[in-house]
Write a protein of this length. Structure first.
Lengths: 347, 347
């Protein structure tokens, strides 16, 4: 299948599930009192998003079920004759993702998210902190609604809690890296694993836990999510340098301007590039396109962008290999394609 | 028993348990990597605090156990022959309390907490947001360590998640009240129930859930916590006006300066007092002691402070009455005394 055909297939698979996920979000996270709090909590969720993580979760459930018909997500057959609401788990994961975006935007002082004002700009910082905190506990409440037997329900809660702790640890590492000059590649990959990849890992693992798959399968699904999630973040780092600003929705090269440590800057520094000197404007708005182009050229000459792309590709291959525990079926094939798509996507 | 003797007994009971709670916090929330994040997360917990909520939780467990010896909290006998680690639940509740303090201090832009700099002052706002977020998920992780059978463990998780959502809703209402002129008493009491009382209710209920008490007992314990928690907050409002600044650890009358809605200002406004005009300085530091005294006198003349004290006393009596579901023993007696103490305390 060509890259283009694969992309179409992935986007179709994600789109088919997106509407159901959006409907489920409306059901599981209604606007309650106090209204302003819940409106702020739902603001990013309503601004769009591909719902990639819920799609991974639902497709994993489908792959495990191994039938040609897609069973209803709210009453999904488990591996031992029962039924589980896997959609609640999918919503819970998206709600956690949304909470982290709201708080991250405050911490990074970012004004825009998905083309709309960030929550702390549309509302205010107090409301944004509180909206994130509300989504946080709501995600746990929603995860309690899977109807899985208590033992599995508890494992799902543990996965959710540990995942959230890891995300906080990863974000703390990322902030810390901004003022450190001695970050090494392994630390960077650990940061990406904690900050970004564990949520993909949770999305892929939860159906295994909730539907009572065997431990080998659960572990393989977790590793699929981890590797694919790391690749996703590294591809984000590549795209920040290679996609025109208009398509990217933000200034190309913003990571360089903000002195963000990425796998690319780490490789470049190790290969003699003066990374701090590549772009030294205070404000992304002051950076000319020519200056960005020159910086990107320097990184390309050092082989750093290719290095990152190759690494992302290796991680995706490693991730896909873990899917071999699943029966061969269309859903598994889509999970493989999503992995490829994450590093082939243009933005 | 005189008020003084009762206060001594309560403080002794709380103190006896505080060291064990502090040791358990060290065990359950060790400083992990990234160190700075965990140090910031533990900062308020290490700054002190009476550990009132954990004391309520542990005493409720003891009252339910109804033995003259206190069983070890980490292996506490349940009502049907098993054992549960109730200390984990106590730590979890204190960790949640600490998370809310960190985020509240950011939202209220308060500089001091328990006589030390607030976390966002000692560290920075980014770290404080993240420290609160870390405590949030850690509280859920710690609650998973009670060793209770899965069904009870899940109910504890549900109580914790719903409690956190309520606290956010209450805080949102409190912020909303600052810019509204038409708040009524019932709304205020609902805000206090959500923002403050539900955590006391959770503390009192969790041993019932974890030790498998009957539903009538569980419900009564919840109502004990709710009423006592509301009384606690109303007493805080009274103390803000009646205790000298030096003892209070902050400017007396700060609620008036900050235009906070309290049960006292609501009563005063209903009785013809121009509450907004009582103290109209921009900065608490500009307010003279004489101005505060005059404002307090006006509220006293309107009967508003007495009204609040009477209401707190009624709530405490109502709360204590719910304890009748417990066997008569020393721990139950201490829970009654704690309720009295919360409205008799000087600060």
């Amino acid at each position: 299948m060509s890259q283009e055909a694969r992309e179409r297939a992935v986007l179709a698979a994600v789109r088919e599930r997106r509407q159901q996920v959006n409907d489920a979000i409306d059901d599981d996270l209604p606007v309650a009192e106090p209204e302003r709090l819940y409106e702020a909590s739902r603001y990013i969720l309503e601004a769009g998003g591909k719902r990639l993580r819920p799609a991974v979760l639902l497709l994993t459930a489908e792959a495990l079920a191994d039938t040609s018909d897609t069973p209803p997500y709210r009453e999904f057959p488990d591996c031992i004759g029962g039924h589980v609401d896997v959609m609640s788990a999918a919503v819970s994961i998206e709600v956690i993702q949304s909470f982290t975006l709201i708080h991250d935007d405050i911490m990074d002082d970012d004004d825009l998210r998905r083309g709309s004002p960030a929550v702390h700009r549309e509302y205010d910082t107090e409301t944004a902190i509180l909206a994130g905190d509300t989504l946080y506990s709501k995600a746990f409440e929603i995860m309690l609604e899977t109807g899985a037997p208590p033992e599995r329900g508890l494992r799902a809660m543990r996965t959710l809690a540990e995942t959230c702790t890891h995300i906080c640890e990863g974000q703390a590492m990322d902030i810390d890296f901004e003022t450190r000059g001695d970050v090494v590649t392994d630390e960077y990959l650990e940061m990406v694993e904690l900050k970004t990849a564990v949520l993909y890992a949770a999305a892929a693992t939860l159906p295994g836990l909730l539907l009572s798959a065997d431990e080998e399968t659960v572990e393989a699904l977790y590793n699929y999510g981890l590797r694919v999630g790391q690749a996703f973040q590294i591809q984000d780092d590549v795209l920040d340098l290679t996609v025109p600003s208009a398509e990217l929705g933000k200034q190309r090269g913003s990571d360089l301007v903000e002195d963000k440590t990425t796998i690319i800057t780490l490789h470049a520094a190790e290969h003699g590039v003066d990374v701090d000197g590549l772009l030294d404007a205070e404000d992304p708005a002051d950076v000319t396109e020519a200056a960005v182009q020159a910086a990107v050229q320097a990184l390309q000459d050092a082989g750093s962008i290719q290095y990152a792309s190759d690494l992302a590709e290796d991680l995706v291959e490693e991730g896909k290999a873990h899917l071999e525990v699943l029966p061969e079926n269309e859903a598994r094939h889509r999970l493989e394609q999503i992995a490829d798509y994450l590093i082939e996507r243009g933005y």
